[in-house]
Design a binder for this molecule. Structure first.
Ligand code: SF4
Length: 283
């Protein structure tokens, strides 16, 4: 990416965890392309490598955000920001210069460098990282992300260093400081999920807030993505997670001592179908 501000979408989003979107919603800024390339990506229209989005000026981006902020819980999320952190900082600084101080949320896949995250101390209030894989071979095969677990763990340690393990919410229950770790359970990959939970419990803390997601569904272009990545057309990706698989991961969540977080309803894969060709991709 270059140094311009490439934007896929700026929308009010109500589909995040309760302390993130609350009743009103969060203003989400979606950046195009992604530093991981998951063959099963549900946002593939905008996250596919090389996707450019629309180039906007700093004023245009801030105007669009400021228009939506009064409708939100006064929070602003940056989605897939890892390769746009300099632009993100410019946006936050310009908003502050104009008198707007929304809670800033960094919504990332976790494949970030700690040294980059250190530069964001004082900019980001709430970290919202994925922890996708404990199985590094799977991370390479499905997401072109070598040494994913090592990088994600180092990134999350830096996040925890900055904000601690407690999630601070306001009197409306909206997150204002802290960290929530997301994990998407993949079909046929229960051991990967349990490995992720173990890494978090043992290397970080079981006191952290987790968000377990069951919403995986095979995207329409999965076969084409599999071919492009030159991987076997893995059958498990062509189905949703079974109830038994999801329950096994939930059991592990409890067994490992986690007690904070959110367990997505098992049927969620039927509800989450964004379409980024629409003005409102989530409606
Ligand atoms: S990390 Fe998330 S946004 Fe990026 S390609 Fe993977 S699923 Fe898509």
């Amino acid at each position: 990416m270059d140094d311009r501000i490439h934007i896929s979408s700026i929308v009010l989003h109500r589909g995040e965890e309760p302390p993130i979107s609350g009743e009103k919603g969060i203003v989400n800024v979606f950046f195009p392309s992604c530093n991981m390339q998951c063959v099963y990506c549900q946002n593939w229209e905008i996250s596919c490598r090389g996707t450019q989005g629309t180039v906007m000026s700093l004023d245009e981006v801030c105007d669009a955000i400021i228009k939506l902020l009064p409708l939100s819980e006064n929070n602003l999320g940056f989605v897939s920001p890892s390769h746009f952190t300099l632009q993100m900082v410019s946006i936050v600084e310009e908003l502050r210069r104009r008198g707007h101080n929304p809670t800033i949320i960094y919504n990332t896949n976790g494949y970030d460098l700690p040294e980059t995250l250190r530069e964001l101390e004082g900019i980001v209030d709430v970290w919202l990282p994925d922890f996708k894989y404990s199985d590094d071979a799977l991370a390479v095969e499905l997401s072109q992300a070598p040494q994913y677990s090592e990088y994600a763990l180092a990134a999350l340690k830096e996040m925890v260093r900055q904000v601690g393990t407690t999630l601070h919410t306001d009197d409306r229950g909206i997150a204002r400081r802290g960290i929530i770790i997301r994990h998407l359970v993949l079909p046929g990959q229960v051991e990967n999920s349990i490995g992720v939970l173990k890494l978090i419990a043992e290397k970080l803390s079981p006191n952290l807030h987790l968000s377990l997601m069951s919403q995986y569904y095979p995207p329409d272009n999965l076969s084409a993505q599999n071919r492009k990545s030159q991987i076997a057309n893995r059958k498990f990706l062509h189905r949703t997670v079974t109830h038994q698989e999801y329950q096994t991961v939930i059991d592990s969540f409890h067994d490992l001592g986690f007690s904070h977080g959110w367990l997505q309803d098992y049927q969620s894969h039927k509800n989450y179908r964004p379409d980024f060709s629409r003005d409102h991709p989530f409606e």
